[in-house]
Design a protein around this ligand. Structure first.
Ligand code: HEM
Ligand SMILES: *[C@@H]1O[C@H](CO)[C@@H](O)[C@H](O)[C@H]1NC(C)=O
Length: 335
């Protein structure tokens, strides 16, 4: 270092003061851009994050699969125009719920999100948004599953309307082409390694046979590993699955309950379940990242943290936009 050190520190000081000045000029503490900040509730509900973390741990102890749901929620809420908890709204006479659309197929555990909200409301009624609870529960769910701790900002407010009418323009289908997938994530500012990392969420949880039978019947997709085909046929014995029988295949047979990079090794083994999963190892743009993440879990975690942060800050409602919902499944009533 030698003579470079003073210059380095001067530059650091300058950039730090620039950051402080620019955020101070925005509005109090809010940072220019998203309007979200770390620990938004530190004065209005100091216990909020702790209560959420504790509830996620308690629920995870009783029902391990709640953590899969918190993780899937952040994608299904934030990628559809805004992280505004619109996902959680029930159908009304006017609007169909996002939860009832085909893209939300298989989503579960919403009632336990109400459990978390109720615990937060007991401490600070009417202060903490459902969208922040949704995002923080995803953060804590990832930790419960053995993934990295990813600090995320708060200060989101809740939307008042379902976005079911546009959901298909934002959430890719299970068989979407990689070009469409990459394009949709790019619109949120998430690059190719970010997309590859986010799909690593399919290292946990399950996929129902309805989303898989097209790769098995009438003919087996020759791209599938024959060993895996045997297992998939055993789990999905009917070309048209009985909607009442809950038939599914675990996303990662090796370590189904752990958020790890085994997903990428499965992909390289042609054991990716969904067509989009498999496309990650076929497409030239994504394959190099699959290989790198399969080899290096730290790299996977680093890219995942970066991409999840961007996803969690997608176009939030802040300030006096939206509302703080009393109950996560319905908008507040106005008199
Ligand atoms: C191209 C993008 C994506 C597509 C097409 C997609 C599609 C799917 C499908 C079809 C399922 C199976 C649902 C079922 O049958 O129950 C699933 C499960 C899941 N997805 Fe995705 N997904 C995508 C991206 C993501 C992202 C970005 C995340 C999280 C950040 C995520 C998290 C999950 C989780 C955790 C599950 C397991 C849920 C459970 O077991 O309850 N997915 N996904
Ligand atoms: C994707 O699968 C759905 C059924 O889930 C089907 O209706 C649709 O045509 C398929 N799309 C493509 C591009 O194959």
């Amino acid at each position: 270092m030698g003579f470079r050190a003073p210059f380095f520190f001067a530059a650091l000081f300058l950039s730090l003061s620039a950051t402080i000045i620019s955020s101070a000029s925005a509005d109090g503490e809010a940072e220019a851009g998203s309007g979200l900040v770390m620990n938004f509730y530190k004065d209005t509900c100091p216990q909020a994050e702790e209560i959420i973390t504790e509830q996620v741990k308690l629920l995870y102890k009783r029902h391990k699969n709640t953590a899969f749901s918190w993780l899937r929620n952040i994608f299904h809420d934030c990628a559809v125009q805004s992280c505004d908890a619109s996902l959680l709204l029930d159908s009304t006479r006017r609007d169909l719920s996002e939860k009832e659309t085909d893209r939300s197929f298989g989503m579960r555990n919403f009632r336990y999100l109400d459990t978390i909200k109720e615990a937060v409301e007991r401490e600070c009624p009417g202060v903490v948004s459902c969208s922040d609870i949704l995002v923080l529960s995803a953060r804590d769910g990832v930790v419960a599953l053995g993934g990295p701790y990813i600090p995320l900002k708060t200060g989101r407010r809740d939307g008042r309307r379902s976005r079911a009418d546009v959901i298909e323009e934002y959430l890719p289908d299970h068989n979407e082409s990689m070009s469409v997938v990459l394009e949709r994530f790019a619109k949120m500012g998430i690059d190719t390694p970010g997309v590859v990392a986010l799909l690593g969420s399919h290292s946990v949880g399950r996929t129902h046979c309805v989303k898989l039978v097209h790769r098995l019947y009438p003919e087996v997709d020759p791209a599938l590993n024959p060993d895996h085909v045997e297992h998939m046929l055993y789990k999905c014995p009917d070309p048209i699955p009985d909607p009442k029988a809950v038939q599914y295949v675990r996303n990662d047979r090796g370590t189904p309950m752990i958020f790890d990079n085994n997903y990428y090794r499965n992909l390289l083994d042609n054991k990716g379940l969904l067509l989009v999963d498999h496309q990650l190892v076929v497409d030239k743009r994504t394959k190099p990242y699959v290989k790198k993440m399969a080899k290096n879990q730290n790299y996977f975690f680093k890219e995942f943290a970066r991409a999840l942060t961007i996803l969690s800050e997608n176009n939030p409602l802040t300030g006096d936009q939206g509302e703080i919902r009393r109950q996560c499944n319905m908008a507040n009533k106005h008199h």
